[in-house]
Design a protein around this ligand. Structure first.
Ligand code: IMP
Length: 202
């Protein structure tokens, strides 16, 4: 069985990927290969950040590898929070004591207080370095940002995001529905299709 590294330590994402690729690839994470470095993500796009992580593993450990980067993009804010999604409050100089997700959402709501254009999307980019070549797989889910948080499920900006075609937020819809339509699920499906197609194994 071929070994491939997923440059992440997120166990939830790893299980999801293993469930899809499990019988064709041995999927290792960063811990499995002894990588304890916090790999820098200094890019200005999701693709750049994902590629930085995959390249680090390839160069230091030699494995074929893939990595992901995701975030929220709001049309009226010219694509913000974008690559700063995880640290939006900090980037805006807001100090907080409680949850980072809550602080990030509060900053977003504040910036959008007078906005009528609420269009937004979540985006995931996966960079794969495979047999000396680089491939990208992107997934997007379109929707809009509501005026106040609703729901308790999910993480990140889920309580503020209603995907197109639905009336509930990602935090209200629950993981099963979310995982069927999410940006991450769509990007992972494309990666899996590539890796499980006859060509990469030949
Ligand atoms: P990551 O690259 O998957 O770790 O995502 C970076 C950040 O984007 C997270 O910390 C969240 O703030 C945001 N984000 C990414 N995916 C989602 C999602 O599915 N729901 C809500 N927020 C998300």
């Amino acid at each position: 069985m071929k070994t491939i590294v997923f440059a992440s330590n997120n166990t939830h994402k790893l299980e999801e990927i293993r469930a899809i690729l499990g019988n064709k690839y041995e999927v290792k994470n960063l811990k499995d290969i002894g990588c304890e470095v916090d790999i820098p993500e200094t890019g200005t796009t999701f693709r750049e950040n994902a590629l930085q992580k995959a390249t680090y593993v390839k160069e230091h450990y030699g494995y074929d590898c893939f990595a992901d980067d995701s975030g929220l993009q709001v049309e009226a804010l010219n694509g913000e929070p974008g690559v700063y999604s995880a640290r939006y409050a900090i980037k805006n100089g807001v100090t907080f004591q409680g949850s980072k997700d809550e602080a990030n959402m509060d900053v977003l709501l504040c910036k959008m207080a007078n906005e009528t254009n609420r269009k937004a999307c979540f985006r995931t980019s996966i960079a794969l370095i495979y047999q000396g070549e680089t491939h990208f797989f992107d997934g997007t889910v379109e929707g809009h940002i509501i005026q106040e948080k609703r729901g308790t499920g999910g993480f990140g900006y889920d309580p503020l995001f209603i995907p197109d075609g639905y009336t509930q937020t990602f935090a209200e819809l629950g993981n099963e529905v979310k995982n069927g339509i999410s940006h991450r699920a769509r990007a992972v499906a494309k990666l899996a299709e590539f890796l499980t197609s006859p060509t990469p194994l030949s």
